[in-house]
Design a protein around this ligand. Structure first.
Ligand code: ZN
Length: 235
Protein backbone atom coordinates (compact mmCIF):
# COMPACT_ATOMS: atom_id res chain seq x y z
CA UNK A 1 0.00 0.00 0.00
CA UNK A 2 1.42 3.35 -0.96
CA UNK A 3 2.18 5.76 1.84
CA UNK A 4 -0.09 8.80 1.88
CA UNK A 5 2.32 11.47 3.06
CA UNK A 6 -0.39 14.13 3.10
CA UNK A 7 -2.06 12.41 6.05
CA UNK A 8 1.06 13.00 8.12
CA UNK A 9 2.22 16.38 6.81
CA UNK A 10 -0.28 18.41 4.80
CA UNK A 11 2.41 21.05 4.10
CA UNK A 12 4.59 18.71 2.02
CA UNK A 13 4.58 20.11 -1.51
CA UNK A 14 6.98 17.65 -3.11
CA UNK A 15 8.34 14.15 -2.63
CA UNK A 16 10.45 11.52 -4.37
CA UNK A 17 8.67 8.32 -5.29
CA UNK A 18 9.04 5.07 -7.20
CA UNK A 19 6.47 3.83 -9.70
CA UNK A 20 4.88 0.61 -8.40
CA UNK A 21 2.38 -0.02 -11.19
CA UNK A 22 1.03 1.54 -14.39
CA UNK A 23 -2.37 0.59 -15.79
CA UNK A 24 -3.57 1.46 -19.30
CA UNK A 25 -0.43 3.61 -19.74
CA UNK A 26 -1.86 6.40 -17.61
CA UNK A 27 -2.97 5.24 -14.14
CA UNK A 28 0.08 5.32 -11.91
CA UNK A 29 0.55 3.95 -8.38
CA UNK A 30 3.59 5.12 -6.41
CA UNK A 31 5.30 3.81 -3.26
CA UNK A 32 4.45 7.13 -1.58
CA UNK A 33 2.66 10.31 -2.60
CA UNK A 34 1.85 13.91 -1.69
CA UNK A 35 -1.20 13.92 -4.01
CA UNK A 36 -4.52 13.89 -2.16
CA UNK A 37 -6.96 11.36 -3.61
CA UNK A 38 -10.51 12.66 -4.11
CA UNK A 39 -12.76 11.77 -1.19
CA UNK A 40 -14.47 12.94 1.98
CA UNK A 41 -15.76 16.06 0.22
CA UNK A 42 -12.27 17.25 -0.73
CA UNK A 43 -11.21 17.40 -4.40
CA UNK A 44 -8.07 15.65 -5.70
CA UNK A 45 -4.75 17.46 -6.02
CA UNK A 46 -3.17 18.37 -9.33
CA UNK A 47 0.47 18.95 -10.23
CA UNK A 48 3.08 16.86 -11.98
CA UNK A 49 5.57 14.00 -11.79
CA UNK A 50 9.04 14.70 -13.14
CA UNK A 51 11.37 11.96 -14.42
CA UNK A 52 14.64 13.46 -15.60
CA UNK A 53 13.58 16.00 -18.22
CA UNK A 54 10.12 14.52 -18.71
CA UNK A 55 7.08 16.10 -17.09
CA UNK A 56 3.86 14.10 -16.61
CA UNK A 57 0.93 16.25 -15.51
CA UNK A 58 -1.32 14.74 -12.87
CA UNK A 59 -4.91 15.39 -13.98
CA UNK A 60 -6.87 13.21 -11.53
CA UNK A 61 -6.17 11.32 -8.33
CA UNK A 62 -8.55 8.72 -6.93
CA UNK A 63 -8.53 5.82 -4.51
CA UNK A 64 -9.18 2.38 -5.95
CA UNK A 65 -9.03 -0.71 -3.78
CA UNK A 66 -7.28 1.32 -1.09
CA UNK A 67 -4.53 2.45 -3.48
CA UNK A 68 -3.94 6.03 -4.61
CA UNK A 69 -4.07 6.08 -8.40
CA UNK A 70 -2.70 9.09 -10.30
CA UNK A 71 -3.93 9.73 -13.82
CA UNK A 72 -1.23 11.36 -15.96
CA UNK A 73 -1.68 13.18 -19.25
CA UNK A 74 0.87 11.23 -21.31
CA UNK A 75 2.27 7.75 -21.68
CA UNK A 76 5.83 6.69 -20.87
CA UNK A 77 6.06 5.99 -17.13
CA UNK A 78 7.27 2.48 -16.29
CA UNK A 79 7.41 0.35 -13.14
CA UNK A 80 10.58 1.14 -11.21
CA UNK A 81 10.90 4.71 -12.54
CA UNK A 82 11.95 7.30 -9.98
CA UNK A 83 9.89 10.46 -10.09
CA UNK A 84 9.70 13.76 -8.27
CA UNK A 85 6.09 14.63 -7.35
CA UNK A 86 5.25 18.34 -7.31
CA UNK A 87 1.88 19.67 -6.16
CA UNK A 88 -0.02 22.62 -7.55
CA UNK A 89 0.41 24.21 -4.15
CA UNK A 90 -1.84 27.25 -4.65
CA UNK A 91 -4.80 24.98 -5.36
CA UNK A 92 -4.02 22.59 -2.50
CA UNK A 93 -3.38 25.35 0.05
CA UNK A 94 -6.70 26.99 -0.79
CA UNK A 95 -8.43 23.63 -0.28
CA UNK A 96 -6.68 23.24 3.09
CA UNK A 97 -7.91 26.66 4.20
CA UNK A 98 -11.43 25.87 2.94
CA UNK A 99 -11.47 22.48 4.62
CA UNK A 100 -10.52 23.86 8.03
CA UNK A 101 -13.03 26.68 7.52
CA UNK A 102 -15.73 24.10 6.73
CA UNK A 103 -15.05 22.16 9.95
CA UNK A 104 -15.19 25.26 12.10
CA UNK A 105 -18.32 26.61 10.46
CA UNK A 106 -20.08 23.21 10.68
CA UNK A 107 -19.17 23.02 14.34
CA UNK A 108 -20.55 26.50 15.07
CA UNK A 109 -23.76 25.73 13.18
CA UNK A 110 -24.31 22.26 14.66
CA UNK A 111 -23.64 23.32 18.23
CA UNK A 112 -25.66 26.52 17.83
CA UNK A 113 -28.73 25.17 16.04
CA UNK A 114 -28.68 21.39 16.46
CA UNK A 115 -28.58 21.02 12.65
CA UNK A 116 -26.99 17.96 11.10
CA UNK A 117 -24.76 18.36 8.09
CA UNK A 118 -26.11 16.08 5.36
CA UNK A 119 -23.63 16.96 2.64
CA UNK A 120 -20.43 18.94 2.24
CA UNK A 121 -18.37 19.51 -0.88
CA UNK A 122 -15.27 21.65 -1.18
CA UNK A 123 -14.54 23.23 -4.53
CA UNK A 124 -11.55 25.37 -5.40
CA UNK A 125 -13.56 28.60 -5.32
CA UNK A 126 -16.36 27.74 -2.88
CA UNK A 127 -17.65 25.41 -0.20
CA UNK A 128 -21.11 23.83 -0.31
CA UNK A 129 -23.04 22.71 2.75
CA UNK A 130 -26.32 20.83 2.98
CA UNK A 131 -27.96 20.55 6.36
CA UNK A 132 -31.29 19.85 7.95
CA UNK A 133 -32.76 22.70 9.88
CA UNK A 134 -36.44 23.32 10.38
CA UNK A 135 -36.34 27.08 10.74
CA UNK A 136 -34.45 28.73 7.93
CA UNK A 137 -33.23 32.25 8.40
CA UNK A 138 -30.34 33.60 6.27
CA UNK A 139 -29.65 36.18 8.99
CA UNK A 140 -28.98 33.41 11.46
CA UNK A 141 -26.51 31.91 9.01
CA UNK A 142 -24.75 35.27 8.70
CA UNK A 143 -24.42 35.23 12.47
CA UNK A 144 -22.53 31.92 12.32
CA UNK A 145 -20.33 33.25 9.53
CA UNK A 146 -19.43 36.25 11.73
CA UNK A 147 -18.79 33.98 14.71
CA UNK A 148 -16.53 31.84 12.55
CA UNK A 149 -14.69 34.88 11.18
CA UNK A 150 -14.01 36.11 14.71
CA UNK A 151 -12.41 32.75 15.47
CA UNK A 152 -10.35 32.87 12.25
CA UNK A 153 -8.65 35.91 13.75
CA UNK A 154 -7.50 33.95 16.79
CA UNK A 155 -4.27 32.02 17.23
CA UNK A 156 -5.89 28.58 17.50
CA UNK A 157 -3.89 25.46 16.60
CA UNK A 158 -5.30 22.67 14.45
CA UNK A 159 -3.91 19.16 15.01
CA UNK A 160 -4.41 15.73 13.47
CA UNK A 161 -3.67 12.34 14.96
CA UNK A 162 -5.00 8.79 15.09
CA UNK A 163 -7.08 7.23 17.86
CA UNK A 164 -8.37 3.70 18.33
CA UNK A 165 -11.86 3.52 16.82
CA UNK A 166 -13.64 2.84 20.13
CA UNK A 167 -12.00 5.79 21.83
CA UNK A 168 -12.58 8.11 18.87
CA UNK A 169 -16.29 7.35 18.64
CA UNK A 170 -16.76 8.38 22.28
CA UNK A 171 -15.93 11.99 21.39
CA UNK A 172 -19.23 13.96 21.23
CA UNK A 173 -19.96 15.16 17.68
CA UNK A 174 -16.91 13.43 16.18
CA UNK A 175 -19.05 12.42 13.21
CA UNK A 176 -20.94 15.48 11.93
CA UNK A 177 -22.15 14.15 8.64
CA UNK A 178 -25.55 12.55 9.10
CA UNK A 179 -24.70 9.57 6.91
CA UNK A 180 -20.97 9.46 6.27
CA UNK A 181 -19.95 7.23 9.12
CA UNK A 182 -16.25 6.29 9.09
CA UNK A 183 -15.37 2.94 7.48
CA UNK A 184 -14.66 -0.17 9.57
CA UNK A 185 -11.02 0.55 10.31
CA UNK A 186 -9.37 0.00 13.70
CA UNK A 187 -7.91 3.50 13.99
CA UNK A 188 -9.58 6.76 13.03
CA UNK A 189 -7.81 9.95 12.07
CA UNK A 190 -9.04 12.89 14.10
CA UNK A 191 -8.73 16.53 13.08
CA UNK A 192 -8.91 18.76 16.14
CA UNK A 193 -9.40 22.52 16.19
CA UNK A 194 -8.07 22.93 19.70
CA UNK A 195 -10.77 23.78 22.20
CA UNK A 196 -13.48 23.97 19.53
CA UNK A 197 -14.00 20.85 17.45
CA UNK A 198 -12.89 17.27 16.90
CA UNK A 199 -13.89 15.39 13.79
CA UNK A 200 -13.05 12.04 12.20
CA UNK A 201 -11.51 13.12 8.91
CA UNK A 202 -9.02 12.09 6.24
CA UNK A 203 -8.53 15.51 4.65
CA UNK A 204 -5.76 18.09 4.62
CA UNK A 205 -5.94 21.12 6.92
CA UNK A 206 -4.02 24.24 7.89
CA UNK A 207 -2.26 24.12 11.26
CA UNK A 208 -3.77 27.30 12.70
CA UNK A 209 -7.16 29.02 12.33
CA UNK A 210 -5.30 32.24 11.49
CA UNK A 211 -4.26 30.74 8.15
CA UNK A 212 -7.88 30.42 6.99
CA UNK A 213 -8.38 34.18 6.58
CA UNK A 214 -12.03 35.21 6.42
CA UNK A 215 -15.10 33.62 4.84
CA UNK A 216 -18.10 35.13 3.11
CA UNK A 217 -21.59 33.73 2.56
CA UNK A 218 -22.28 33.51 -1.20
CA UNK A 219 -25.73 32.02 -1.41
CA UNK A 220 -28.42 30.34 0.67
CA UNK A 221 -31.01 28.02 -0.83
CA UNK A 222 -34.15 26.55 0.62
CA UNK A 223 -34.34 23.07 -0.87
CA UNK A 224 -37.60 22.05 0.79
CA UNK A 225 -38.64 20.80 4.18
CA UNK A 226 -35.61 20.56 6.47
CA UNK A 227 -33.25 20.66 3.51
CA UNK A 228 -31.03 23.75 3.26
CA UNK A 229 -28.03 24.50 1.14
CA UNK A 230 -25.47 27.25 1.51
CA UNK A 231 -22.29 28.26 -0.27
CA UNK A 232 -19.43 30.22 1.23
CA UNK A 233 -16.08 31.26 -0.09
CA UNK A 234 -12.73 32.41 1.23
CA UNK A 235 -12.38 36.17 1.00
ZN1 ZN B 1 -13.44 17.26 6.72
Amino acid sequence: MSRMLYLEDSYLRECDAVVISVKDDKYVVLDQTVFYAKGGGQPYDTGCMVRGGDVFNVVFVGKFGGEVSHEVDRVGLRVGDRVRCVLDWDRRYKLMRSHTAAHLFASMLCVGTGALVTGNQLEVDKVRFDFNLEKFDPQVLEKYVSKSNALFRTDTPVKWYELPREEALKIPGVVKMAEAFPPEIPRLRIVEIVGLDKQADGGTHVKNLKEVGQIELLKTENKGKNNRRIYFTLK
